[in-house]
Design a protein around this ligand. Sequence first.
Ligand code: ADP
Ligand code: NI
Length: 222
Amino acid sequence: MDALTQIAQLAKQQAAHDHSGHDFQHIRRVVANAQQLLAAYPQVDAFTVLATAYLHDYYDEKLVADPATVKTALSEELQHTVGLKAAQIQPIFFIIDHMSFAKNIDTHQSLDLAGQIVQDADRLDALGAVGIFRAIRYGAAHNNPDYDPAILPRQELTAANYRQPSTVVNHFYEKLFKLAATMNTPAAQQIARQRTAFMHPFLAEYFHEIGAQPPVTGESPA
Ligand code: ADP
Ligand code: NI
């Protein structure tokens, strides 16, 4: 079995119990997105990109109770079972440790091209029809309401307020409609724009059906 297949199996085992939108289907889509984006960058090491795409949520603090321990265990597994060298693991872990949306709110983390591709691949999975499913799933897993006219979208997300409860609808205004502008690669930016264009009429229809006005945020839902 080649290294990437073994890494895919590790990622699958780890994601097996997630119900918050970070299950193995998310991982698979991120890998597929990364594969697609890689086509424009033959000079980038595809193994690093794809291995990182598989492992990017493996020891995430929102998914595991003790990230440091899980990271150490993963490192052991990658060295002793998969047979990677420390020098191959280091760039994978660096990208994982610096790519998340949450880590980039207050300070911009510099990533090399491999990291930028994985970051775009992950962010694309928050948009479009898939993104709508994931936002609703996240809201349900965290007991957040779909919508509450009394809870206004925050003007500014910060690392401190990002994990505070909000509504699913607010999440579109606070983050999702702004994601396309944060894509690193031109190909991801184009896909992100298409997926974002799909989400706007979805929300406009939602507000139409419930007879409410969308919040005024400078972001038009239409
Ligand atoms: P990252 O893993 O890059 O830090 P998140 O964990 O914030 O990203 O996002 C993972 C998924 O959960 C995305 O689809 C995102 O849109 C969704 N999500 C995150 N926060 C919320 C929220 N408050 N309400 C609804 N969906 C959310
Ligand atoms: Ni992810």
